[in-house]
Structures are given as C-alpha cells and as structure tokens.
Design a protein around this ligand. Sequence first.
Ligand code: MG
Length: 287
Amino acid sequence: MSKADTPPHLLEKLRTEALSELLNYRRFPLSLYLFTDYDGTLAPFRADPSRAYPLPGADRLLLELNNLENIIVTVITGRKPEEVRKFLASREIPVAGLHGLIYLASDSDKREFLGKADPTLPLEVKKRIRQIAEEYSGVKLENKGELLTLHWTPESFFSPDKTREELEEMLAGAGWEVLQGRQVLEVRPVTWHKGKAVDFLRRRQAGRNSGQEVAAVQQEFPAIYLGDDTTDEDVFQSFTRPGFTVYIKNEDDLETAADYYLEDPSEVRKFLKQIQQAAEQAINFHN
Ligand SMILES: [Mg+2]
C-alpha cells in the first residue's frame, strides 16, 4: 500500500473469517505471531512516559492471548524492555525494547541482542544531547544505555527540527540517524529498526516450527502488527504476508503505510478480544 492511500478501518472491514483463516494457516497449534507497540497503542499516549499505564484490561488480554497454544505475543517498543515490562500484567509477556534491539523472553530477565550491530553513539553527540536537555525546560533526557532520547512538552521552547538538523550534521556518515516521533527525538543505528526485529522473530518462529535454521526459512510466519508512531512505519513498510498491519491513529492523521487503522487504544482492546474469540474457536475446532 502506498503512503497516499488511506487505509480502511479495521473493525469495520476485517471479516472474522479472515482472522480464522490466519489462525488456521498451514500450521497448528502455533499459528499466529501478534506484535504490538506499547505507547499510544496499548497505553494511551502520555507526554510523561513514566505515567503511561496500559488501558485497563488490555495487558491482561494480551497475557491471555500469549497463554493460548496457537498465539505468541511480543510487545515491541522504543523504550527499554525492562521499563515497559513493569507496566504489564505479567512477566510472561515477551518484550522487545529499543526498537527490537533487545529481547526479553517470557519470564526471563536475560537480555538477548537481536541486532547484529553493537551500537556505540559518538561521544560528542552524547555530550551535545545531554547539553540540550539541560538548556531547555520542558525537555527531558531518557538514557536508554545504548540509545539516547529527548522528550519534550509542547509548552517548551525546544525546536525539534533545528535540533534534528544539528544532530544529523554531527552524525553524518557515522551510521546513525535521527528519528522524530510523538514529542520524541531519538538517535538510533541506521542498520536497525522495528521492521527488522519483527522479520527476525517471525523467521525464528517459522524455523522453530519447521525445525529449520533461521537463515534457511523461506516462509514468513503469519503475523499481525499494531503501532501508532514513526518507528512503526518501518514495520508497515517492510511487512510481508501472511498477516496484516494496523495503524493506531494520531490526532486526525491517517498518513500511513499500514493495511488498516484503529481510532485509539480502546479499539485495540476490542480487536484483541476478537483475536481471542477467533483463536479459541480455532482451538475448539482442532480438538
Ligand atoms: Mg507508540
């Protein structure tokens, strides 16, 4: 789908049969990989990320889905995975953080690096970002270890465009890029994004199901992806069938490469319920 097209509304357009088809796709029991972003998707967007709690019941539903034998769930976020895990109903929900660079398996604290690159941000850029956070009130630095992120409030005099240009100039040719999202500015390695994490995890699951090495896997594992921000567009653009992608609306904007859209996290919760019903039906059908 090209950027210019407006995607259809998921709850109006998606037939229940389409979900059932996906859940019956070739393999049973495990048949669907459900990926979801956190902020703005499972949790209503908050300028202060420390107060971004999931929509009541949404994370519980996700846990129930992950406990079904035919679904595997992963929350994929720009934040540190440990930080988002704290908000979730259970440690059993796998979380991939830093745009999928670091993966925490169900119930595990062991950090697995999914990206090949070991990202080390140039020192002078780190310094400059710290300086900017101190210069402006209303701008907060989030230190993610491997990545640095600036959050700002609309009331601050901070100019994201100007800062982005400045950092881009400093980073030219260094293998890093500056990404602007919802009241957020972040530098990240050009070699990595959420789309690559999703692709890797789907292939790994397909390999596990078929007993093949990841590198030899041809068939993409069926997946659904939900997200609301710039970093999710990387997934929408690189996503392959079977499955589909869903954009959670930002204000009035529908500029997205996703297959469908949802209005807000409360519609995400409704959709998770639909998946649960379809998945339970598929299990009953096979038993
Ligand atoms: Mg988000």
